[in-house]
Design a binder for this molecule. Structure first.
Ligand code: HEM
Ligand code: HEM
Length: 191
């Protein structure tokens, strides 16, 4: 499979970004929801650190993914009603915004608590986004982090439902061209 996008398919790198980020978001969301229910013992700090490092990794992947999108051509749109193109475009941009907003709100919350320095995988010291502890912003960022996460999940469910509808009901190539094994032997049904 070519690394870059083709006129009728997503390339290997954009596919890898897409599915890797999907898996990481799901794992990270589950980890976050379980983590906040655990008793606040010192042994739980390691789990918080893991959550923060995975979250920053998702943020870095989102940056790389967006850069790749800027420099690579996009596959040609498939034939479908105009409103569906518009809807998909709005949905994709909303997902990109949330891919940034969710980890950034977590980072802002962590910075506002000002408890201890933030390290990415225990190695790279990350700057505080609030320039030190900001107790008055702590609750706001905590709420925001949780709300934005659920907004991302809600949009991702709609987005996945649309992709499945295209595959099962419209029987077009929308989902197939985002899957590594989805190349058709014949392109007759993909004008
Ligand atoms: C896409 C990436 C991320 C996702 C999907 C995510 C998801 C979540 C979720 C679902 C929770 C539980 C919310 C609740 O029920 O209260 C949570 C909590 C938390 N997240 Fe994230 N998170 C991400 C990135 C980050 C980052 C980058 C940081 C910090 C650098 C971070 C720091 C935290 C902290 C400190 C909590 C605990 C909040 C509390 O104690 O109430 N998260 N996260
Ligand atoms: C956390 C979950 C997800 C996120 C954040 C997400 C995000 C995105 C984004 C931002 C795009 C636009 C790519 C671009 O134009 O550069 C996209 C495309 C796509 N996604 Fe997802 N996605 C998620 C889950 C899923 C799932 C579960 C499916 C399938 C069931 C799916 C199927 C697709 C397909 C088929 C495309 C290509 C659409 C097209 O060619 O117009 N996505 N996704």
């Amino acid at each position: 499979m070519p690394i870059r996008n083709e006129s009728d398919r997503w390339g290997a790198v954009p596919q890898l970004f897409h599915w890797l980020i999907v898996l990481l978001i799901l794992g990270q969301g589950a980890l976050g929801l379980v983590m906040v229910e655990l008793p606040k013992r010192p042994s739980v700090f390691a789990i918080y650190n893991l959550h923060k490092s995975i979250g920053l990794t998702i943020l870095a992947l989102a940056v790389l993914r967006l850069l790749w999108r800027v420099f690579d051509r996009r596959p040609k749109p498939l034939p479908m009603p105009r409103w569906q193109h518009l809807g998909a475009e709005i949905m994709h941009w909303a997902l990109y915004v949330l891919l940034f907003a969710v980890p950034l709100s977590g980072w802002l919350f962590d910075s506002a608590t000002g408890l201890r320095p933030l390290f990415w995988w225990g190695v790279l010291r990350m700057p505080s986004l609030t320039g030190g502890a900001a107790p008055h912003l702590r609750d706001l960022f905590e709420e925001l982090h949780e709300m934005l996460f659920w907004a991302l999940i809600a949009l991702a469910v709609l987005h996945a439902a649309a992709a499945i509808k295209h595959h099962v009901i419209d029987r077009d190539d929308t989902l197939r061209r985002m899957l590594p094994w989805g190349r058709r032997a014949s392109r007759k049904s993909n004008p």
